[in-house]
Design a protein. Structure first.
Length: 496
C-alpha cells in the first residue's frame, strides 16, 4: 500500500467499529447524510488515490488536524474524514468522494475563520494547507491557498515586491482573499482581492476552471469578496507592487487609558495620510496594556512627523516603532501573539485543556457610544481578556469602483473583535459568555458595514444584509456553479 496512506485498511476498520468506544466520534459519522452506509472499500480506495493523506479518527494526526484557530466547546467538531490534499487532483478526488457519498464538506486553508467554518461534524474536511507553493515571477505571484500570509510577505520581500495582505501572518491567503482581505496596505493599495489577477478553482461537479477578467468573468467577480461559495480555489495569481520603505512596530500604553486612547485614535486616524495604518490591540494579562500596531509606508523622516501626535498621547510603556523590512514585518507577531495567549491559571486537580474563543463585528464608525460600550466590556472582562480594533475603510480600498467586487467598502467602517483564552475546560463557559455579551453590547445591526471575514453570524438574513446590492448577483452565480449548495460551510449564499 502507498506509503503516503495515513492508515491501513485494518486500522481504518478499527476506526469505523471503535470510534464510539474511543470517544472520538459517533460511529454514525461514517454514514452518508441520507443514512446509507459507506463501505470501508470506498474509503480505502480514496486513501490510495490521494497524493496526500487521508486522516481518520484513529490516526495519530487526527486530533491536531481537526482543530482550528478558534477552538472551544462551541466549535469542538469531529469530522469523519480529513483529506490533506497535496495536489489539485486530490481536491477533485476528495470533492467527488464527498458528493458521491452524500457527505457534508468543509474547506480549510489557514483555519482562522471566526465561526470555525473550516471543519464539520460527521463529514469530510478538504484541507488545503499542503497546497503551499509560492512562485514569484517579475510582477506576479502564483500561490497555493494554504500559504500563510507571513510566508508570502517574506518571499515577496526577498524579491522586492509586496501585496496587501492581512495584519496577521498566520492567516491563510486563500480564505483571506476570498473574503476580501484587509490589512496593512488598505490605504495605499486596497484589499487583497483587488490585486487578484486570476484563480484556478475546482467546481462541485469536478471541473477545473480559471477565473479572470477575460475568462469566467462572473466567477472572477464573485470570488473577490463572495467567499468560498462557488468552488474550491487551488491557486491564486496576484499582481504585486514594488516593496516600499517601511516604518513599523508597536507602541504600548497602560490599559487604564483605553477609553481616552480610543477617542484619540478615532480623531488621529480621521486626518492621517493613506500611508498610515494603525491597528489597536489590548489585553488584560498580568500587565494590562494597549498596543498600537503601526505600519507606515514611507521614509523615516515623514513617519516621524506623522507619528508625533501618537507618541504625544502619553508616556508609553514601550516604543518599538522603527524602520523595518516589509518581508520581515511578520516578526512583530510574537509581540502581538502575547495578547491572545490563554490566561495561565492552574486549577488544582484539573488537567489542562486550553481553548480560545473570538467574535468579530463591524461598526459604521468609532462613535462615542461604541467607545463607551467597549470600555464597559473591558471593565467587566475576566483575567486574560483581549480586544482588537482596526481595518478602517479609508484611502485606496474605498476608491475602487462601486460594485466592481462583492466586497463592501463603506467609508470609516471599522472592525472590532473580542477574544479570550483559557487553560482549563471549566473556565470556558464564563469566558465565552464575556465575548458574546461584549460583542452584543455594541448593538451592531447586520448591514453593508459588515466585513465578511469578521462576520460572526451565518444567519441568512445577516449575510444578505452584509452583501447588500451584490447579493442577488451572487445568488445567481451560486445557482450556476453550486445549485445544490454543497459548499455551504461559509457565510453561505443560498442558491434558492
Amino acid at each position: 500500500m502507498n506509503s503516503k496512506i495515513a492508515t491501513t485498511r485494518r486500522r481504518f476498520m478499527t476506526s469505523i467499529l471503535g470510534a464510539g468506544a474511543l470517544g472520538l466520534a459517533n460511529p454514525l459519522s461514517l454514514l452518508a447524510a441520507s443514512g446509507s452506509a459507506i463501505s470501508a472499500d470506498k474509503f480505502s480506495q480514496l486513501s490510495q488515490a490521494l497524493d496526500g493523506t487521508l486522516i481518520v479518527p484513529s490516526t495519530p494526526a487526527y486530533e491536531g488536524a481537526r482543530r482550528t484557530f478558534s477552538f472551544n466547546p462551541k466549535y469542538n467538531r469531529y469530522p469523519a474524514l480529513i483529506a490533506k490534499c497535496a495536489s489539485e487532483s486530490d481536491v477533485v478526488r476528495a470533492l467527488g468522494f464527498a458528493r458521491e457519498n452524500d457527505l457534508p464538506i468543509a474547506v480549510k486553508s489557514g483555519g482562522h475563520d471566526v465561526l470555525s467554518a473550516s471543519t464539520v461534524d460527521n463529514g469530510l474536511v478538504i484541507d488545503l494547507q499542503q497546497l503551499s507553493k509560492i512562485d514569484i515571477n517579475n510582477t506576479t505571484a502564483r500561490v497555493g491557498p494554504g500559504v500563510l500570509a507571513g510566508q508570502l510577505d517574506y518571499s515577496l520581500g526577498e524579491t522586492g515586491r509586496a501585496l496587501p495582505l492581512t495584519c496577521n501572518p498566520s492567516v491563510g491567503v486563500g480564505g483571506l482573499t476570498l473574503g476580501g482581505g484587509l490589512g496593512w496596505f488598505i490605504g495605499t493599495q486596497g484589499a487583497a482581492c483587488d490585486k487578484l489577477k486570476s484563480a484556478r478553482l475546482v467546481t462541485v461537479d469536478g471541473q477545473i476552471l480559471t477565473a479572470s477578467s477575460s475568462e469566467n468573468e462572473d466567477l472572477f467577480w464573485a470570488i473577490r469578496g463572495g467567499g468560498g461559495n462557488f468552488g474550491i480555489v487551488t491557486e491564486l495569481e496576484f499582481d504585486t507592487f514594488e516593496k516600499p520603505e517601511l516604518v513599523a512596530g508597536v507602541i504600548a500604553y497602560d490599559a487604564s487609558l483605553l477609553k481616552d486612547f480610543l477617542s484619540f485614535y478615532r480623531d488621529f486616524m480621521a486626518s492621517a495620510p493613506d500611508e498610515l495604518t494603525v491597528e489597536v490591540i489590548a489585553s488584560g494579562g498580568q500587565t494590562p496594556v494597549i498596543g498600537a500596531m503601526v505600519f507606515y509606508s514611507g521614509n523615516e523622516r515623514d513617519a516621524e512627523r506623522v507619528l508625533t501626535p501618537l507618541r504625544s498621547f502619553g508616556p508609553p510603556l514601550a516604543d518599538g516603532i522603527r524602520k523595518q523590512d516589509y518581508g520581515k514585518v511578520g516578526a512583530m507577531a510574537p509581540s502581538v501573539n502575547q495578547f491572545f495567549a490563554p490566561a495561565n491559571i492552574d486549577i488544582a486537580g484539573e488537567e489542562k485543556e486550553p481553548g480560545l474563543y473570538w467574535k468579530g463585528a463591524s461598526v459604521s464608525s468609532l462613535s462615542d457610544p461604541v467607545i463607551d460600550n467597549i470600555a464597559k466590556a473591558i471593565d467587566a472582562g475576566p483575567e486574560g481578556w483581549a480586544f482588537g480594533l482596526g481595518h478602517i475603510m479609508r484611502g485606496a480600498v474605498t476608491r475602487v469602483e462601486p460594485g466592481s467586487t462583492p466586497l463592501k467598502r463603506p467609508l470609516h467602517s471599522t472592525t472590532v473583535h473580542f477574544d479570550i483564552g483559557w487553560s482549563h475546560k471549566s473556565q470556558a463557559a464564563d469566558r465565552m459568555r464575556w465575548v458574546d455579551e461584549s460583542t452584543s453590547a455594541l448593538s451592531v445591526n447586520p448591514s453593508e458595514h459588515d466585513y465578511i471575514n469578521y462576520m460572526s453570524s451565518d444567519n441568512p438574513d445577516h449575510i444578505k444584509a452584509a452583501y447588500g446590492d451584490s447579493f442577488e448577483r451572487l445568488a445567481t452565480i451560486k445557482r450556476r456553479y453550486d445549485p445544490e449548495n454543497l459548499l455551504s460551510r461559509n457565510r453561505n449564499i443560498s442558491p434558492s
